[in-house]
Design a protein around this ligand. Sequence first.
Ligand SMILES: Cc1ncc(C[n+]2csc(CCOP(=O)(O)OP(=O)(O)O)c2C)c(N)n1
Ligand SMILES: [Mg+2]
Length: 300
Amino acid sequence: MSKKYTMPFSSLLSPGHTACAGCGMILAMRHALDILGRDTIICGATGCSEVTTTKYPTSAFNLPYIHSLFENPSSVASGVLAMLNRKNLADKVNVLVHGGDGFFFDIGVALNSGAWHRGDNVLYLCYDNEAYMNTGIQASSSTQLDTYTMTSPAGKKSSGYQRLKKDMPAIALAHRLPYVATATIGNLADFDAKIKKATSINGPKYIQVYSTCVPGWNCAECNTIKIPQLAQQSGLYPVVEYIDGKLASVMKVPKDTPKVSEFLKLQGRYRHLFKDAKGRSQIRKLQELANDNIIKYKLK
Ligand SMILES: Cc1ncc(C[n+]2csc(CCOP(=O)(O)OP(=O)(O)O)c2C)c(N)n1
Ligand SMILES: [Mg+2]
């Protein structure tokens, strides 16, 4: 194409992807890739991060990208590392394993656990939108209590998903990973700094970024940034960073801490909680979870 007609946009993720307007995952991905740089190889799980970027025969990645099965990107990454070692390129190339919460919390756990235990020098980046979104909003073990999903609908007998969100960073920490962090797309400077930090650390790094899903959370595109900010500010989604197993930093909640209901009310997936007394008591339970996080991580 003639230079004259080229969009004035330069990124390792090209704008020709098909992510929804207001997608938090694609924003996080673009930031991560542009920080990791050109010498990066991506091993991707299926999910929105795959289907919105690599519809055959096109690709939105200006980087090498390998997709195989849902469960095994970390094993593919081990093979990529072996190849890089053989070619004496291991110090020059970043290897990224990325995917959604369905991959990291459920389907990829076994092989990720193996790769983490082996100490593979890979960045594992989880786009946490709290459900299997690509296939139509099924609950995962990252789904929070009382969330409406297609497999946990709210109605007369249920207020939505009936289990607590799995503590995946704690599972990563149990593998003695040298770097474990959470972030949200509500504070991209913090997320960027964590990706950058991860590149300076040898070994497996796990970063979990809370990423709005407009159709799955049933929210307005204009609230893509605000909702994760409220999740962090209310204490419901603690933003923390561990280096060598020790808590190295936390993002404090503001003095005037927003209530969890401020976060919930912007999303259709929690609309049922505002309808009756049972819903209001469930909101109190979610508020208790946030309060517990504030105490546990000393967020105030
Ligand atoms: C073993 C296996 N199970 C199920 C699927 C179908 N599948 C493809 S993508 C997907 C959802 C992915 O959810 P998540 O990892 O949270 O990513 P998101 O789409 O939410 O970004 C599912 C269930 C599959 N491809 N392989
Ligand atoms: Mg998901």
